[in-house]
Design a protein around this ligand. Structure first.
Ligand code: GAF
Length: 392
C-alpha cells in the first residue's frame, strides 16, 4: 500500500471514530535490521533500514484532558484521562500509544512543562506493518504517536529523545526489555541508506546502500511464526549478556573485542561464553559489513549476513527451525547472503538477492517450506525508505 493510500485510510478511520477530521497525520515505518542483533542493549553497533511499510497516526487536540485511541487493526476505542495515565494499568495494543503519551508527559515534565498543561488528544492508528513478523510494528506505532504528540503538544523534542521515549514506553509500559534500535531506525531511516548506529553514543551515520544500482534487492521471508519480546527468551538473553559483562569486569559487552574472547572462555560458563561471543563477534560484523559495503559495494556483504545467522543460531540460540530453513534454502537457491532478523524466536529472515533471482528464490522457498510441513511463508521485497515524518 502506498503512504498516500494509508494516509487516506487513516484520515477516514479517524473521521469515522471521532466525527471530525484530524489536525494532522504522521507516519513512521517498520524496520529491517541488516545486521547487528541484540547488540543494541549491549551498547554496541546496529545497521538497520527503515522499510516502506508504515503506521499512520491521525491525531487531533481536544479541549479537555481525555486521551482516546483507536486502531483499525483492533476492535474498540480506549479512553483514559491524562490525570489517570498509569503505566502499570495500560494493556494490549493501546499500551503502545498510551505508553508513549505517558513517557512523553514525563519528558515534558523534565523540560519544565507541567503535565497539567497538556491537552487531551484523539488518535487513531492505521498500519500495513505486519505484526509479530519481526519488522517492528511496535516501534512504528510508538514513533508515529510520538511524532504526533510532540507536535500537538509543542514539546520540540529531537529525534534522539523521541527514540528514547518510544523505548521507555516499550520497557516500562509494555514490559519488553528492548533496546533503542527499532525506534532509531524508524525515526532516522532514509531512502536507499542503512543507519549505522552506535548505541553507546547514539551517534548515527546514514550509509548509502546502492542495492538497486547493483541490481540487488532484499527479500523478507516472514515465517508467520510469531514472537513477543515481552516473553522470556529475549529477557533471558539480555540477562546473560549483563551477567557476562559483570563476570568480565566491564560496564557492557561493548567494551570487549574479539581479542578478549580467550579470557572470556576461561572466566565464563559455556552458555554465557557463547552469548558473549555472539555479541562481540556481531559488533565486529556490523563494522566489517559497513566497511565492505563502502569499499567493495553491496554484493560484498553477503558472507557477513550468513555468519551472523550462524552466530545467532548456535551461540545466541534465538533462531527457530523455520528461520533456519528460510536462511539455508535462500542460500542454496542463490541468495548472496541471508539471516534471521530482529529479536528472534520467530518472525522473519532476510535474503540479499540478485533481482533476476528473486522470483525463483521465492518459489523455491515456498516449495521447501511445504516440503518441511511448515506454514507457507509470506515473502516480499523491501527497500530502505524514509523515516518518520508528518504526512499532512
Ligand atoms: C528487538 C528489540 F526491540 C531491539 O531493541 C533489538 O534488541 C532486537 O530485537 C534484536 O537485535 O527488535
Amino acid at each position: 500500500m502506498t503512504t498516500t493510500e494509508l494516509s487516506q485510510q487513516g484520515r477516514e478511520f479517524f473521521a469515522g471514530q471521532f466525527g471530525q477530521p484530524p489536525d494532522g497525520l504522521w507516519s513512521a515505518p517498520g524496520r529491517v535490521n541488516l545486521i547487528g542483533e541484540h547488540t543494541d542493549y549491549n551498547n554496541g553497533f546496529v545497521f538497520p533500514i527503515a522499510i516502506e511499510k508504515r503506521t499512520v497516526a491521525a491525531a487531533g487536540l481536544r479541549s479537555d484532558r481525555r486521551l482516546r485511541v483507536a486502531s483499525s487493526s483492533f476492535p474498540g476505542m480506549v479512553e483514559v484521562s491524562l490525570d489517570e495515565l498509569d503505566p502499570d494499568a495500560l494493556q494490549g495494543w493501546a499500551a503502545y500509544p498510551l505508553g508513549v503519551a505517558w513517557a512523553m508527559a514525563q519528558a515534558a515534565g523534565e523540560k519544565g512543562i507541567p503535565g497539567a498543561q497538556l491537552a487531551g488528544v484523539d488518535l487513531t492508528l492505521t498500519s500495513d506493518v505486519p505484526a509479530g513478523a519481526g519488522l517492528s510494528s511496535s516501534a512504528a506505532v510508538e514513533c508515529a504517536a510520538a511524532l504526533a504528540l510532540n507536535e500537538l503538544w509543542g514539546l520540540g523534542l529531537g529525534r534522539e529523545e523521541l527514540a528514547r521515549i518510544g523505548q521507555l514506553a516499550e520497557n516500562r509500559v509494555v514490559g519488553a526489555p528492548t533496546g533503542i534500535m527499532d525506534q532509531s531506525a524508524s525515526l532516522l531511516g532514509e531512502p536507499d541508506h542503512g543507519i549505522l548506529l552506535d548505541c553507546q553514543s547514539l551517534r548515527a551515520e546514514s550509509v548509502p546502500l546502492g542495492f538497486a544500482a547493483a541490481g540487488l534487492g532484499l527479500l523478507v521471508i516472514d515465517t508467520r511464526t510469531s514472537h513477543s519480546h515481552a516473553d522470556g527468551g529475549y529477557a533471558s538473553r539480555r540477562r546473560s549478556c549483563e551477567e557476562g559483562a559483570k563476570a568480565m569486569g566491564v560496564p557492557s559487552l561493548r567494551a570487549l573485542g574479539p581479542g578478549d574472547l580467550p579470557r572470556a572462555a576461561g572466566v565464563l560458563d559455556d552458555e554465557t561464553f557463547r552469548r558473549v561471543r555472539h555479541i562481540v563477534t556481531e559488533n565486529q560484523r556490523v563494522l566489517d559489513t559497513v566497511a565492505a559495503l563502502q569499499a567493495e559495494g553491496p554484493s560484498a556483504v553477503g558472507p557477513f549476513l550468513n555468519e551472523s545467522h550462524v552466530s545467532m543460531r548456535d551461540d545466541f540460540e534465538i533462531s527457530t527451525p523455520e528461520l533456519d530453513l528460510a536462511v539455508s534454502a535462500a542460500q542454496s537457491l542463490g541468495a548472496l547472503g541471508a539471516r534471521m532478523t530482529g529479536g528472534g524466536f520467530g518472525g522473519a529472515a532476510i535474503a540479499l538477492v540478485r533481482n533476476g533471482d528473486a522470483a525463483g528464490i521465492t518459489e523455491g522457498l515456498i516449495r521447501e517450506f511445504a516440503r518441511a510441513g511448515f506454514t507457507a511463508p509470506s515473502i516480499f521485497p523491501v527497500s530502505a525508505s524514509a523515516g518518520a515524518r508528518r504526512e499532512e
